[in-house]
Design a protein around this ligand. Sequence first.
Ligand code: GLA
Length: 453
Amino acid sequence: MRTASRERGRVGESLCAPAAAMGTVVPSALAVAVALALPSVALENGLARTPPMGWLAWERFRCNVDCRADPQNCISERLFFEMADRLAEDGWRELGYQYINIDDCWSAKQRDAMGRLVPDPERFPSGIKALADYVHAKGLKLGIYGDLGKYTCGGYPGTTLDYVKQDAQTFAEWGVDMLKLDGCYSSEEQQAKGYPEMARALNATGRPIVYSCSWPAYQGGLPPKVNYTILAENCNLWRNYDDIQDSWDSVLSILDWFFTNQDVLQPAAGPGHWNDPDMLIIGNFGLSYEQSRSQMALWTVMAAPLLMSTDLRSISPSAKEILQNRLMIQINQDPLGIQGRRIVKEKSHIEVFLRPLSQAASALVFFSRRTDMPFRYTTSLAKLHFPEDAVYEVQDVYSRKIISGLKAGDNFSVVINPSGVVMWHLRPTTLPVQPWHVVRQQVHSEGLRPVLL
Ligand code: GLA
């Protein structure tokens, strides 16, 4: 189960054709050689091989515990039963939205006489085990929230070091499938000890529990304070940065931080271990239609977990359509699990992002930060560092339109709305020959095989 083992990195796979386009940022053959030489180490509990998908209460429902005044929206079992019904009945589960995750403010203010965490008896009268059973019967999984510290961020009982084992055991006994472990009210030293200790305690329960750590977010998210190798050895996903709020400003500040620091963050992600830029706020109040499409596209390019925080009982058809876009989800869930990068930042306030996908496919996002009118952006795949001789079949992820036979050298234009995106999925229809394809085959099969991209 949760044994941290050394595995050979998936570096070979990351060197498929589109990765060459990342050369605008890391251009050298040296980078390739270094990547091939270093084995990567990762938490290997077999979980979260693709970014987790589901629903998380916090951004939309917060710590609303006033069930008398607001029975429909307060943090209570009713909210989770109802969201589980929606996930199961409205097409979400089939698309991969599997987890239904409780956040802060679920517990009673005191542990019980045995020192165990207990749910608030008025708001969760059936108990968490019953909720887990209900969720499992619907083909879904249940997530819960804890905090490594004296209190949770909302002031409920936290998991100090002496409670780590007991709380892991309690969660496992309840049938919990994911734990978000927050970091309010703890020191740097306690976190350095406690986060790995919880990884071991979860492993020791024998129950597969996806482990989401907020650890780096409490340490500034960057080296030298944050060690992404240690994180990947201990956690399946981690919050790197600030909480998302229901506004476009908040989405932009998260984007800026993640892409400014992409040289550190991008290599840290992979199957079983993901950066988490926080929840999707699509369907709420702060984003326009274009901005909603942008959040979805850019989170997908980041290989981010897709954890919606919105009211699925009343979501609009247009928000639902964005969140249920099949090709988008297929890209987000690509089995190679390579996080994308920003490859172009134009003076015109257009940015281009690229995510390499399996079978030499890739996703491109053209994003406009302009505030005037739809902008016609002209470029070519060659300018975006795609291999010169390649020919592609392109599908627009939102409009579904197909462009066949696009050559790398062809100029093309996309019209991008203010604060919106155009997103493409590209499949090569010819096989360009590049020296590093041979290298890749040598690494994986210890001998040359025909090169299959
Ligand atoms: C922190 C976390 C949020 C949420 C709240 C709950 O701020 O980053 O995601 O869990 O605590 O209090």
